[in-house]
Design a protein around this ligand. Structure first.
Ligand code: SF4
Ligand code: SF4
Length: 302
């Protein structure tokens, strides 16, 4: 059975992508990587994928008017709570596809039609298979796009007999986060040592617990505020949440993203060392095969 690991955080920019790419490296070709942060995907910057398969996803629906049937009675405007339609106008981006105007139109001049919500890609990378997406501008169905990305990642994992799916999850606690979390074997929650970070951790943890998802916490840039980091550690202890590790601040992280490299493809650095330790704990908790385990001496600079 393919195991699934999601890396999530209460907000964007906490280091999820760096960690996801590092795990893809450490999995040594035995994992499928999925970018479920579909609203702001950036994992492809490090993965540098070669697209092998592309699929258009028609998920959202929009109202479409048959102008020949419309009598300009304006009933559609009266019922649309999103201010998307009137007798003479229609806003594609405001329409939520709820279908109320279709139901209310006395002339049956309106229908709902599916629209292109995103393109999904199955790619190859130097670390293994990668499933990702590009959303259509103004698209709001990110939760369902994440569902599709995860479904495709499972299909690739089964077909290529991979042991694990590493999911770079969406930040926050909204619909795409829930879609990133449900049914996974472990959620690694990445938190920064700020007051809002502690609050974010509590919120994300509540979502994970609601879905009975096992969770571990990783404090990123922990040395920027030791007092807050201690507070997070204390919180984890009190709530019986395993602490996967504490990653120090280091400018090599933004530099690696700029260079389009995993942290393991940069010169030896303490971030990579800590990530090897964290990975070891995840491998143990998920009971993955030993071959997936790396040691600090095993990674090499490319
Ligand atoms: S409710 Fe139907 S007929 Fe009336 S303005 Fe809207 S689209 Fe036209
Ligand atoms: S489908 Fe819903 S949101 Fe779109 S125009 Fe009709 S009532 Fe408004």
């Amino acid at each position: 059975m393919v195991k699934q690991l999601t890396i999530i955080s209460g907000k964007g920019g906490t280091g999820k992508t760096t960690i996801s790419a590092a795990f893809a490296y450490l999995a040594k070709g035995r994992a499928v990587l999925a970018d479920a942060d579909v609203d702001a995907p950036d994992l492809h910057l490090i993965m540098q994928p070669t697209v092998e398969k592309e699929e258009e996803l028609y998920i959202s629906q929009k109202a479409v008017r048959n102008e020949d049937l419309c009598t300009r009675c304006n009933i559609c405007q009266q019922v649309c709570r999103f201010d998307a339609i009137s007798a003479y106008d229609f806003s594609y981006y405001k329409c939520e596809g709820c279908g109320l105007c279709v139901y209310a139109c006395p002339e049956r001049a309106l229908t709902l039609e599916k629209v292109l919500s995103a393109k999904a890609f199955q790619s190859t990378t130097r670390f293994g298979p990668f499933v990702h997406a590009e959303m259509t501008i103004g698209e709001g169905s990110s939760g369902r796009i994440v569902d599709e990305i995860r479904k495709q990642a499972r299909e690739v994992a089964e077909k290529e007999e991979k042991e694990l799916i590493v999911i770079d999850g969406s930040p926050g606690i909204g619909c795409p986060v829930i879609a990133s979390l449900t049914g996974v074997d472990l959620a690694l929650i990445v938190v920064e040592p700020t007051l809002s970070g502690i609050h974010d951790l509590e919120r994300v943890l509540a979502v994970a617990q609601h879905f009975n998802t096992k969770a571990m916490v990783c404090i990123n840039k922990y040395d920027l505020n030791l007092e807050n980091s201690n507070q997070i550690e204390q919180f984890c202890k009190e709530n019986n949440i395993p602490l996967a590790g504490k990653i120090p601040f280091n400018e090599i992280v933004p530099n690696s993203i700029i260079a389009g490299k995993s942290i393991f493809e940069m010169p030896p650095n303490p971030i990579a060392d800590e990530l090897v330790t964290i990975w070891g704990k995840i491998v143990a908790l998920l009971e993955l095969e030993k071959e997936t385990t790396a040691t600090k001496t095993q990674y090499s600079v490319r």
